[in-house]
Design a protein. Structure first.
Length: 681
């Protein structure tokens, strides 16, 4: 149905109003040892000049494969486009030779990849990598290309562009490397930029800077922009239109306002309700979409979302087409008219809210004046000291969740490693249940290892690929002689799997046979096997899809209520931290900037840095986002080898005075239970 609409639009449109890109009935498949995986099926859409189109959906839905198909960057040996058309600026990309396609890449269509460090050549200077496409596509001389590179570096907001052209990628921060990728993308004045998760690895403040830059350039230069992302707040802030993909197909598409405010597919409804929001009161429990996406090598007949849909009926056994909806968009749901009429609404999640006050006044974990310094340098570099953590103090009570937020490099993970005794502190003390870990005996440390566990960010790299799930969970039971009997150990493993929402037969599988959410549940089960009282969650949900993230957060809260666990929850996502935490610590450049209970800190932040963090965080609502200008933080993080004098935030603070550049502000109680390190508050 969409195909015919697109063809009609193309036939009837005037030349100057024709879409820049037309993707018509695209099918892309991979030949694997397990059969043919149909990664993209029947995808159709258009992109106008100067338009921002967002493609969203869970991992494996076909978003990135669609982008790679447009660029014709699929692996030759295993992938092929079996059907469909891709028309760019009047030319059929699928009919072009490899040489002709190379001329279009970079010149007509540019792509910004998710991780800039793996996309930039580490042994070539930044200048060489920016000037290369200028020489190849535009035939510029060395002098012309360098002048254009300086211009591009300034355009994307990199200071001292002339000097930094001769530096290498490792000498740039993550945000600066992403800016370099944008500069390379813009080098030849492309008509279309495809940005595949361009800000996933970036902090909320740098993310806001990068996306504002891309949006401004899109408007000024009339460049079309396709953003592929999980972050619905980013979509609400920047997208004109939205495509929601599920299991290789378009589930819904329409204007951003329509998809966010009047979704016409149950999957879109579920995605939007799975996201914790800063602009609404915290709910008792996160909404989730239960179950997992289907295996695309054995895709089920009928509606692919039906096995997870709470509103499926007999008709859903038949494959739905893309229906036109009342909002002017399209929905692949038989019941879209009932959704529009208000007869179908996503039921609110049931469950009790987490206690906002712990039951004990004696802290389980007490950190006092904690500092960690690293010596760097060697024969090739001048030595120095990195003060990764400086004078950090906080308590965590039994049954409490303490959120720890801040930009990359602020010392969050180092604090977690110090608590886990994976690093030794330079100074300060860490007391767990009254035991001083710095001066603990071997027996005390063995006891501590049982009491304190960790859930890592990447569940795949933290699980042994050569061990089954049962062996991974059972290993600590044997090492610590918790359950010496093999039969009882097997029963205990099955019990742990059920506690984290996995079936018993999962014990026989290997990590690669599980989804990301399932692997994270295995990591939680392994931590629970030690019967701990305290768990460090280091970015435990940042790598997960929105719906799976909600499942894991709800599971952590349920386990906390059941077993009285305490958590140190380290994360970038401010909305997730607000949902799960009882108190929040904000760190910057190794120091604590602010501490308060969750509701107070988010309602009345005192420190300028906390205010900037909250202002930079996007809300998944186009009406709110289009009506406000994000308060962008100025400048980059200073060098850890040359920290600023006085307040560490003074170089980026809009309120900084001369006193701020001379005096290190202590962390003081400004209101009851509310602490801030700022002399201006």
């Amino acid at each position: 149905m969409v195909e015919s609409v697109l063809k009609a639009k193309t036939r009837n449109a005037a030349p100057d109003t024709e879409p820049l890109l037309v993707v018509d009935n695209l099918h892309t498949q991979f030949n694997t040892s397990r059969g043919i995986v149909r990664a993209v099926e029947g995808v159709s859409f258009t992109v106008k000049r100067g338009e921002v189109l967002a493609i969203v959906g869970e991992s494996g839905s076909g978003k990135s494969v669609t982008a790679l198909s447009i660029m014709r960057l699929l692996p030759r040996q295993s992938a092929r486009i079996s059907e469909g058309r891709i028309i760019f600026d009047g030319r059929s990309l699928l009919d072009l030779s490899d040489e002709q396609m190379r001329e279009i890449r970079g010149r007509g269509i540019a792509m910004i990849f998710q991780e800039p460090m793996t996309s930039l050549n580490p042994i070539l200077t930044i200048g060489l990598q920016i000037t290369e496409p200028l020489k190849i596509h535009l035939g510029m001389s060395d002098e012309q290309a360098r002048a254009r590179a300086v211009e591009l570096m300034g355009l994307v907001g990199i200071p001292d562009p002339e000097g930094r052209l001769d530096q290498y990628p490792h000498q740039f921060s993550g945000g600066m490397r992403q800016r370099v990728m944008i500069a390379i993308g813009l080098a030849c004045n492309p008509k279309l930029i495809i940005a595949d998760e361009p800000t996933t690895a970036l902090d909320v403040t740098i993310q806001a800077q990068i996306l504002e830059l891309m949006k401004d350039l899109s408007r000024k230069l009339n460049i079309a922009l396709i953003i592929i992302t999980h972050n619905l707040g980013v979509v609400a802030r920047y997208a004109d239109r939205v495509i929601v993909m599920y299991a290789a197909r378009v589930a819904e598409q329409g204007s951003a306002d329509a998809v966010f405010h009047k979704p016409r597919h149950p999957y879109s409804m579920g995605l939007l309700r799975s996201v914790p929001r800063l602009d609404r009161p915290r709910g008792a429990k996160l909404e989730t979409i239960e179950g997992l996406p289907p295996n695309l090598a054995l895709a089920p007949p009928g509606c692919r979302f039906a096995p997870r849909c709470p509103y499926k009926i007999a008709m859903c056994e038949q494959e739905p087409p893309l229906f036109p909806t009342d909002t002017g968009g399209f929905s692949r749901c038989h019941r879209h008219a009932e959704i529009a009429a208000g007869k179908i609404t996503w039921a609110a999640a049931e469950g009790k809210a987490v206690n906002t006050v712990a039951t004990s006044v004696e802290p389980l974990l007490s950190v006092r004046n904690l500092s960690k310094h690293f010596s760097v340098g060697g024969r090739l570099h001048k030595g120095g000291v990195v003060r990764a953590v400086e004078d950090v103090s906080f308590d965590i009570l039994p049954g409490e969740t303490l959120g720890l937020v801040g930009e990359s490099g602020c010392g969050k993970t180092t604090v977690g490693r110090l608590i886990l005794h994976l690093e030794k502190p330079t100074s300060g003390s860490i007391r767990l249940a009254g035991i001083d870990l710095a001066n603990a005996t071997a027996a005390d440390l063995k006891t501590m290892r049982r009491k304190v566990q960790v859930i890592f960010q990447d569940p795949y790299s933290s699980l042994n690929p050569r061990m089954t799930v049962g062996q991974i969970i059972g290993e600590p039971l044997h090492v610590y002689d918790i359950v010496p009997d093999r039969t009882k150990a097997t029963a205990r493993i099955a019990e742990l799997l059920e506690q984290v929402g996995l079936r018993r037969e999962m014990a026989e599988r290997y990590p690669h046979q599980l989804s990301g959410g399932q692997r994270q549940r295995v990591g939680i089960a392994r931590a629970l096997a030690m019967e701990p009282s305290f768990i460090v969650c280091d970015e435990a949900v940042s790598a997960l899809d929105v719906s799976i993230q909600g499942q894991i957060i709800n599971l952590l809260e349920e386990l906390q209520r059941k077993y009285g666990l305490a958590y140190l929850f380290i994360a970038h996502d401010l909305a997730v931290v607000r949902h799960i935490s009882m108190r929040v610590v904000v760190m910057y450049f190794g120091r604590i900037m602010e501490v308060a209970d969750r509701d107070t800190l988010y309602r009345e932040p005192l420190h300028p840095y906390t205010k900037v963090l909250l202002d930079a965080a996007p809300v998944p609502d186009p009406t709110i986002e289009k009506g406000r200008e994000p308060r962008l933080i100025k400048g980059e993080l200073p060098s850890h080898l040359a920290p600023p004098a006085g307040c560490v935030f003074n170089t980026r603070c809009p309120m900084a005075t001369q006193e701020c550049r001379e005096v290190v502000p202590p962390l003081e109680q400004k209101k009851s239970g509310h602490y801030a390190a700022c002399i201006k508050v």
